[in-house]
Structures are given as C-alpha cells and as structure tokens.
Design a protein around this ligand. Structure first.
Ligand SMILES: NC(=O)c1ccc[n+]([C@@H]2O[C@H](COP(=O)([O-])OP(=O)(O)OC[C@H]3O[C@@H](n4cnc5c(N)ncnc54)[C@H](OP(=O)(O)O)[C@@H]3O)[C@@H](O)[C@H]2O)c1
Length: 272
C-alpha cells in the first residue's frame, strides 16, 4: 500500500518515521509556504536520505497522478481538506483525517464527499487503539451504572490547540447515548507542560467509584492507529470512524479465536 502524508508537525513527523519503517510512505505534502518544501523527508527526520521529497500542494492533481498513492493520512489542519478534498475524490484516493479542529460545517463537507461514494474517508479525532478500547469499556460501565455521576478528565501538552480534545468530546457523546437521563457529561481539560495524551472517565456513586483511564507515552500510538486505519480504508468507499476500524479488528480476532477452538475440538475428538 502506498501512503501520502500531509502535516509534518509534532505528530506528523512521528507518523512519517513510522510509515517509513513500514515501507508504506510514498509521498509527503506540505503547505505552499512551508520551510519543509523540497527537502528530503530523511533530512527533516534526521535520518538517512529516503528519496522522498516533501512537495507543496501547488499543482496537487498532477503530483498525485504521478505518485498514485492509495491513501492520504492527514495530520495537518482543517484548511487542507477544505481546499483539496475534491482533488482526492476526483482521482479516487481514500483519506484518513486525524485533524481534530474541524467546524461542524467542515465535517459535513467531508461526510458529504464520502457519501457520494467515490472514495472512502475515515474521520478519526481518536486514532489510538487503546483510547478506543477505553471508549468500549466506559460505554459498558455507563450502561451498567446508571445513576452514577459521570465526568471526563483529559490532559495534553500546552501547545494543543483544541480544548477539550476531540477524543473527550467523542467519549462524552458515546456515554450520553448509554444513559437514561440526557444530562450533559462534564469534561475537565488540562493543557500543561509536555504531557502526552491522557483520558480518564470517572463514575462516582453513593458508595463506590470506578475510574477507567488511558495514557499514551509515545506518539507512535497515533502512528500505529493511523496505519491500521489506512489498511482498513484501502479498499472501501463511504464514511467511517475509528469505531468501524476497531469493530473489524474485533471481528477478525473473534474469527481467529473461533477457528482455534474448532481446531482444538477436532484434535481432542480425533485423539478420543
Ligand atoms: N486524532 C488523533 O488522535 C490525533 C493525535 C495527534 C494529533 N492530532 C491532530 O493532528 C493535527 C496536527 O497535530 P500536531 O500536534 O502535529 O500539530 P502541529 O505541530 O501544529 O502541526 C500542524 C501541521 O499542519 C501543517 N500545515 C499548516 N498549514 C498547512 C497547509 N496550508 N498545508 C499543509 N499543511 C499545513 C503544518 O505544516 P508546517 O509546519 O509546514 O507549517 C504542520 O506540519 C491537529 O489537529 C491535532 O489535534 C490528532
């Protein structure tokens, strides 16, 4: 699979390195005035030269037609897809966008493009595997512990622009769907120092409390999730979220488990 990446900020650089290690990176894009333009991605990452030059988004269509990536991974900013989503749609290149600062109207444009059915798009404000597991666990708890006070706490580095995080908002939305009352779930957001992503769901009752939390200690968690999403979307069209990626992953694991158990049963029977 050939992957194009846009966004070489704090997260994008880590994603680029991870994709190079998977032999999956074929193209890197940047804004027209970026200091990274025309540099070898290896030079930017302080590794060997790779032969992949960072290209500006000028004449994007021509560049994409030449390189023909299967998927774009976007760790840039909302304006990139707002300006160029039609180009990816016209050529038939699927998209994963991890950008978390879209306005509602921008998200609607992305969804509508996906619904046209020419390409597949994953919108992933919560791209880490572990955070999605946290969501599943918290949903179960919210469903079982009705009447408990539920609050969300999240912590990120002080440069993070959005507050609360896209993940915290998604968590609140999902938990609310599991509650009988439709009270809003409070989110407490901290932006301090260099802390990596931390999310915690608190469920406090009269006599006890549950805390479910996730913390990433490497940005590679984002890179790994983005690569999983790329493999998921490669052959699909339509609109998806990380939930869909993880449902497919769960299904695969369940099938492997069923096959293993069937195999063990067969062996036990043949020995009997
Ligand atoms: N979904 C998740 O789980 C997850 C995880 C981590 C981050 N994110 C999101 O990913 C985004 C980037 O995060 P970050 O921490 O890496 O931010 P960042 O350090 O500020 O990086 C932003 C990147 O966007 C690029 N950019 C700006 N204008 C551009 C343009 N016109 N065309 C193309 N690229 C342009 C910048 O390029 P230059 O440096 O060349 O200007 C920079 O590389 C944010 O929305 C963040 O919330 C999501």
């Amino acid at each position: 699979m050939k992957i194009a990446l846009v966004g070489l900020g704090r997260t994008g650089k880590i994603v680029a390195k991870y994709l190079l290690e998977q032999n999956a990176l074929s193209m890197v894009l940047c804004g027209p005035n970026s200091v990274n333009a025309n540099k070898d991605i290896g030079e930017i990452l302080n590794i060997r030269d790779t032969g992949i030059r960072v290209e500006t988004s000028d004449h994007l269509e021509q560049k994409l037609l030449q390189n023909r990536p299967d998927v774009l991974i976007d760790f840039s900013y909302p304006g990139f897809l707002m300006d160029y989503i039609h180009v990816f749609e016209a050529i038939g290149i699927n998209i994963i966008t991890a950008v978390t600062t879209y306005e509602a109207v921008e998200l609607e444009k992305i969804k509508n493009t996906a619904r046209m059915g020419n390409i597949g798009i994953v919108v992933a404000p919560n791209i880490t595997y572990g955070v999605n597991v946290l969501m599943h666990l918290a949903e179960i708890a919210a469903e079982l512990m009705d009447g408990y006070d539920i609050e969300i706490y999240e912590e990120h580095h002080k440069q993070k622009k959005d507050s609360p995080s896209g993940t915290a908002k998604k968590l609140a939305e999902k938990l609310q769907q599991n509650l009988i009352t439709h009270e809003e779930i409070p989110i407490h957001a901290v932006r301090a120092g260099e802390s990596l992503s931390k999310h915690k769901v608190l469920l406090c009752g009269e006599f006890d409390r549950i805390e479910i939390s996730h913390q990433s200690y490497s940005k590679n968690a984002f890179a790994k999730g983005a690569y999983q999403a790329a493999k998921f979307i490669a052959e699909k069209t339509g609109f998806y979220e990380m939930d869909d990626v993880f449902k497919q992953e769960k299904e695969k694991r369940r099938n492997t488990l069923v096959m293993r158990l069937a195999d063990e049963n067969r062996r036990t029977l043949s020995l009997a």
